[in-house]
Design a binder for this molecule. Structure first.
Ligand code: FO1
Length: 309
């Protein structure tokens, strides 16, 4: 008998690793991954959804493990050609990856929702678990730097996270409707809500900023467990540590736990990262290099969550 759904909130690279572990140890219909869409943007006339796509490629076994984003066995003719005619080449779209953006954009323009398109494409690519966007309405993360507000991908990719981050906002979030199946799922039989080891500021907070999402998580009876993205006092990948510093916070697992505050019932940290964390803490290796590591962390996350009920 099903113990209920595991709802995982996830950004791209780090979150997708745990989502893969969860997908490998859970029955197909017991995992729902809610993807951040704050990183989405319009580029070269296309709607790009990096976190949905990273999750899709990882769960389909099509991901480029070295880059952490994009597809494996990729070719780059489009990029080379667009650069040769003076087009924008700062955001690298591989030929295979490009096909997905073209098709998604066509279908969005034809009136389909991001949920419908994602569900169809993930199914066609062989993903067995459900990946849902946090909302079908556009939400776009913006970053306040010393030179003013800039779009997230401008900050992240074009400027390689160099600008100092003063503030973040999620354009469109106040008016966005939460993805209805997510809200319905959270009102049903849920075993655990897992906040993946993603960047809290740019991957998880946009999801929580969608009206109704935080309330649905708070109202849900299931334990909420987060995995710290900080290991050994620094971020595994990406700008989490730099952002913590720039936003005036200590670079520690405790700072991330504080950021989530009352939302959490339990917190998972690596050895040596447990200082100053109030509440229930589970200490276990959280670095996920191999598929086995991902499965082990997924199992221990669920065992910890089960122990909290
Ligand atoms: N990240 C980069 O650092 N450079 C890129 O050129 C780049 C291209 C790209 C294309 C498609 C896609 O789905 C993701 C891509 N990413 C790239 C990753 C992505 O922008 C970020 O990792 C996320 O938005 C942060 O989670």
């Amino acid at each position: 008998m099903s113990r209920g759904l595991v709802v995982a909130l996830s950004g791209g690279v780090g979150g997708a690793k745990l989502a893969l572990g969860l997908s490998r140890i859970l029955p197909l219909d017991e995992l729902l991954v809610v993807a951040n869409t704050g990183d989405d943007f319009e580029h070269l006339g296309l709607t790009i959804c990096p976190d949905i796509d990273t999750l899709t490629y990882v769960l389909a076994g099509l991901d480029n493990t070295e880059q952490g984003w994009g597809r494996r066995d990729e070719t780059w003719s489009f990029m080379a050609t667009i650069a040769s005619v003076g087009g924008a080449d700062w955001f690298r779209l591989g030929d295979r990856d490009l096909a997905l953006h073209v098709e998604r954009t066509r279908r969005l323009r034809a009136g389909e929702t991001l949920t419908e398109i994602t569900s169809d494409i993930t199914h066609r690519l062989g993903v067995k678990s459900r990946i849902l966007p946090m909302s079908d309405d556009p939400v776009r993360t913006r970053v306040l730097t010393d030179s003013g507000w800039i779009d997230f991908q401008d900050y992240f990719v074009r400027q390689q996270c160099r600008p100092v981050v003063r503030k973040l906002e999620f354009d469109g979030a106040p008016k966005a409707r939460p993805q209805p199946d997510v809200i319905e799922a959270l009102a049903g039989k849920v075993r655990a809500i897992v906040i993946c080891p993603s960047n809290p500021f740019i991957s998880i907070e946009p999801i929580l900023a969608v009206p109704g999402m935080r309330a649905a998580i708070e109202t849900c009876d299931a334990p909420v467990v987060a995995i710290s993205p900080i290991v050994g006092g620094t971020a595994v990948k990406g700008p989490t540590a730099k952002m913590l510093q720039e936003l005036g916070l200590t670079v520690s697992s405790a700072s991330v736990a504080k950021r989530y505050g009352d939302l959490l019932d339990g917190y998972i940290v690596d050895h040596g990262d447990s200082q100053g964390i109030p509440g229930k803490v589970h200490v276990t290796p959280t670095l996920m290099k191999t598929v086995a590591d991902k499965e082990v962390l997924a199992r221990s996350t669920l065992a910890f969550a089960d122990s909290l009920t």
